[in-house]
Write a protein that binds this ligand. Structure first.
Ligand code: PFF
Length: 452
């Protein structure tokens, strides 16, 4: 354990070494499986451009406001999510932090299972198992995720790497990894977009993705887009409170939040520009759901010149995106036990990794031998994914908006303006969204979801 990471000395809080380091880490948290795997398949299922037209306004009003609110809470309090609410207000508010830490831990458990699939597929692509003569990606995917041991081995390997990064602490672990991995991720993404858009017949997919067909927009589109916005921006559970708590007061936090949201959105749109032109160019169905990246896309790579190389790059991209997000799911739990219970980083990082892996086991098995064990018609993985992103994150986001909007109020504005150059009109709009727009929209969508 390097001494200057400061990580085993809870009395002296570590801070990001640079502004770029913080932005890359926060963008690394936001850009993940949610952008490259989930966003394209949700768009594919919800009318392509129609979904994008609903998603973007939500991200740039509610999403960005709550992201900024989390960063403000963390930076003001300099503590983990529970400690932050305790410092700023106390009473029942720290419960919001608990809810968030629990949500983060639950997400980490299934996230690492899906991340394991992406690592496995990178290996299968590289070794030609997915695009060789007579390879059938649907069969490969189906038999892989339903086998009991293999996916768990990959999930375990993935978790070990995440643990190693978080063990390094903020500067030497999380910041350094993101400063290398995020630029690499964007380079791969742009290369893949280039390949996809220059395929003969790519235009049709491009059109599908950018032309809204409003007849496809229903109430369910809004629910899906809101849940996706929260998940994609990593808000509602305190990951951004935690990252914000490693900021000092020198930075213009509004501009940083905009950069993070911008990078996250660009990554999602670029992922769409990889998937749809390729999928349409080869005449396959864009509405394949979760199998879009794992089944539809490999079948496209199999028919494409140099498909093995591009396919491998695609799954390496997914693995990198997943790693930098998993790290940010672990850090709030780690920060909580370090700040509130005085644990050393090493102990708690290892314990969190092991516990999340163990809880991931039923998620992984729910794709195979335990697929009959369902609750509300969902297997374990689907159930945890639904409860976290469709209920816990929106509820967490709602409470965070109310906290910063009403409890912190003018203090939040003062924190935001701390370094001078935030236009007052923007600051007022932000507070208005936190006080009224975000709570009303989230409550409306949650209620609709629960009664439907
Ligand atoms: N934002 C990540 C993604 O889009 O895949 C998932 C995520 C990471 C959600 C961290 C929440 C979080 F705190």
């Amino acid at each position: 354990m390097p001494r200057d990471s400061g990580s085993d000395q809870p009395q002296k809080r570590e801070h990001w070494a640079s502004k770029a380091g913080f932005i890359m880490a926060a963008a690394g948290s936001a850009v993940g499986l949610g952008n490259v795997w989930k966003f394209p398949y949700m768009a594919g299922e919800n009318g392509g451009g129609a979904f994008v037209m609903v998603y973007l306004p939500i991200v740039f009003t509610i999403g960005i406001s709550i992201l900024l609110a989390e960063l403000i809470i963390g930076r003001a309090a300099q503590k983990d999510p529970v400690g932050s609410f305790r410092v700023l207000r106390g009473r029942a508010w720290p419960l919001v932090g608990f809810l968030g830490i629990l949500a983060g831990f639950l997400i980490l458990s299934f996230y690492s299972v899906v991340a394991g699939w992406t690592v496995a597929f990178a290996a299968k692509m590289a070794t030609g198992m997915l695009n060789g003569q007579g390879a059938d990606p649907a069969a490969v995917f189906g038999s892989f995720i339903s086998s009991p041991m293999q996916p768990l081995l990959y999930a375990c390997g993935f978790m070990v790497v995440a643990v190693v990064v978080v063990l390094g602490g903020i500067r030497r672990g999380i910041e350094r990894a993101n400063l290398v991995l995020m630029p690499l991720l964007f380079v791969i993404l742009v290369a893949l977009v280039g390949r996809s858009l220059t395929l003969p017949g790519a235009m049709e997919g491009f059109t599908f993705f950018v032309t809204p067909d409003f007849s496809k927009v229903t109430g369910a589109t809004f629910t899906a887009a809101l849940g996706q916005a929260f998940f994609s921006l990593s808000v509602g559970l305190g990951a951004m409170i935690t990252y914000g708590s490693y900021l000092d007061h020198k930075q213009n936090i509004g501009r940083s939040a905009s950069s993070v949201v911008g990078l996250d959105t660009v990554a999602a749109l670029l992922a769409g520009l990889v998937l749809f032109p390729a999928v349409f160019a080869f005449g396959v169905d864009p509405g394949a759901g979760p199998g879009l990246a794992f089944v539809t896309l490999p079948s496209v790579f199999a028919q494409m010149p140099a498909g093995q190389i591009f396919g491998t790059l695609f799954f390496v991209l997914l693995s990198i995106a997943a790693l930098t997000s998993a790290v940010s799911l672990m850090e709030p739990v780690v920060a909580y036990f370090m700040d509130q219970h005085g644990f050393g980083r090493t102990q708690i990082v290892i314990a969190t990794g092991v516990a999340a892996f163990v809880l991931g086991i039923p998620s992984s098995l729910s794709m195979g031998i335990w697929s009959d064990a369902t609750l509300f018609g969902m297997g374990f993985l689907d159930l945890i994914a639904f409860v976290t992103s469709s209920i816990m994150l929106p509820v967490g986001g709602l409470l965070i908006a109310l906290f910063v909007g009403w409890v912190m109020g003018s203090r939040a504005i003062a924190e935001l303006k701390g370094n001078g150059d935030t236009p007052p009109a923007l600051a007022r709009a932000w507070l208005f969204i936190l006080r009224f727009v975000a709570p009303a929209a989230i409550a409306w969508i949650l209620i609709k979801e629960l009664i439907s």
